[in-house]
Design a protein around this ligand. Structure first.
Ligand SMILES: *Cc1c(COP(=O)(O)O)cnc(C)c1O
Ligand SMILES: [Zn+2]
Length: 409
């Protein structure tokens, strides 16, 4: 008989301890994040990827590979199946003929954080969570507070005062308890940690609950399906907490075990800003985990994470796929954002632009080879960061001569 979900249990990647998926669970008792396991053998026998054809174009089309066991617990705003766009002009500009952009800018809430929130909140609902709390750099809080509102779950969100203003408004309008902190996401995290203990809230911090990864994993499932179950050669991802990269890697490994994909896994590239590059530093030093990055700062707010709880999983995914980690500077990010908008008509977020800068550099120094297929994750919409674009616009008189302005166009 076909099951809605083939989820089996939670497992610790550090000490292998197993936990049930039918109880609220946060970290392993050893302090590591937990990963969700599926009965892939049973799924392989009962289901072929062709059966996906004709299903709705959202991430729930992969419900067999997601942790929600009862369909009625799904909380959705229609997220997923974002376009995988060819980028011919920018591809030619950087000599990557087969360049694609997975565009997460058109998903509910304007960033891929909607995926983690949709699956995380749905599972929280299934487990009977009534109130959750989380620290955020903005986008995750926006997505989780809105999905929580839809699920009827109360939320408390703590974000840095410098986080993009629009994300503050998204939390506020959802009716969430929103707090600002004069500090970084790591400071917000400490406050949430305290609140969770004192008020017995469900901690939805990055990787402190196991299901957000499963939502982000669907980016990997979609890319594979959209490429006709063939792997690209290289996949670049703007990395903060790293959940997206861990999720994509997990998805591709699961697809390999199911026998649904051909060829080796893509080389995964973690892209950071040189104002906050703990993963890059660790990778350069050939280490298995990272050190806290002091005084981090970057305009690409979603990747301003000085120390990620899942750093060892990100680094493992890079090593396993023979990928790499690259840091780029804020000026290059802003320049690339404009180049892409003017050449391709896509107004992408600074984090996504960072990944394009990295692709350009890796191609220039030969790490990306001629003819390779490259997928860049644009994790969000440029319109969520209106202040990153500095414009000077000529103002015309209502009546009068226009030669001076138009003549100079
Ligand atoms: C959160 C975020 C990232 C980083 O994602 P992780 O999965 O935490 O590494 C990248 N881009 C945007 C726009 C984000 O909001
Ligand atoms: Zn453990």
């Amino acid at each position: 008989m076909l099951k809605f979900s083939y989820v089996s249990n939670l497992e610790c990647p550090k000490c292998d301890k197993k936990y049930s998926v039918s109880q609220k669970q946060q970290l392993c008792e050893c302090g590591s994040p937990l990963l969700v396991k599926y009965d892939l053998d049973a799924l392989k026998q009962n289901f072929k990827q062709e059966q996906l054809v004709g299903r709705d174009a959202n991430l729930w089309r992969y419900h067999e590979l997601l942790p929600v066991e009862k369909e009625e617990n799904i909380v959705t705003l229609g997220e997923g199946m974002t376009p995988l766009l060819p980028m011919p002009s920018i591809g030619e500009d950087m000599s990557v003929k087969n360049l694609y952009m997975k565009d997460e800018g058109i998903i509910p809430t304007g960033t891929f954080k909607a995926r983690g929130a949709a699956v995380g909140v749905s599972k929280a609902k299934e487990l009977g969570v009534e109130e959750l709390a989380m620290p955020t750099n903005g986008n995750a809080g926006a997505a989780w507070s809105l999905y929580a509102a839809r699920a009827g779950i109360k939320s408390s969100i703590v974000m840095p005062v410098d986080a993009p203003k629009i994300t503050r408004n998204e939390c506020a309008v959802s009716g969430s308890n929103l707090y600002l902190v004069n500090g970084l996401i790591s400071d917000a995290g400490k406050i949430v940690g305290q609140a969770v203990k004192e008020y017995e809230l469900f901690d939805a911090s990055t990787l402190k609950e196991p299901y957000r990864i499963e939502g982000k994993k669907t980016m990997g499932l979609e890319i594979a399906e959209q490429m006709g179950w063939k792997m690209p050669d290289v996949l670049l991802y703007p990395t903060g907490g790293g959940v997206g990269l861990i999720g994509i890697y997990k998805a591709l490994v699961e697809l390999q075990s199911l026998g649904w994909v051909e060829g080796p896994l893509p080389r995964l590239v973690a892209v950071q800003s040189d104002g906050c590059a703990p993963i890059v530093k660790a990778w350069q030093d050939n280490r298995k985990d990272s050190d806290f990055w002091e005084d981090s700062s970057t305009i690409a707010f979603g990747i301003n994470v000085p120390k990620a709880l899942g750093d060892f999983l990100v680094l493992d995914a890079i090593y396993q796929t023979e990928g790499c980690a690259v840091a780029v500077d804020d000026n290059a990010i802003l320049e690339e954002q404009q180049t892409i908008a003017s050449m391709e008509g896509a107004f992408i977020c600074p984090e996504g632009a960072a990944a394009f800068v990295a692709a350009r550099r890796l191609r220039a120094d030969g790490w990306i080879q001629d003819g390779e297929t490259v997928v860049v994750l644009n994790t969000g919409a440029g319109i969520k960061y209106p202040d990153t674009v500095k414009v000077e616009v000529p103002v015309l008189e209502k009546t009068g001569r226009i030669e001076k302005e138009f003549g100079a166009r």
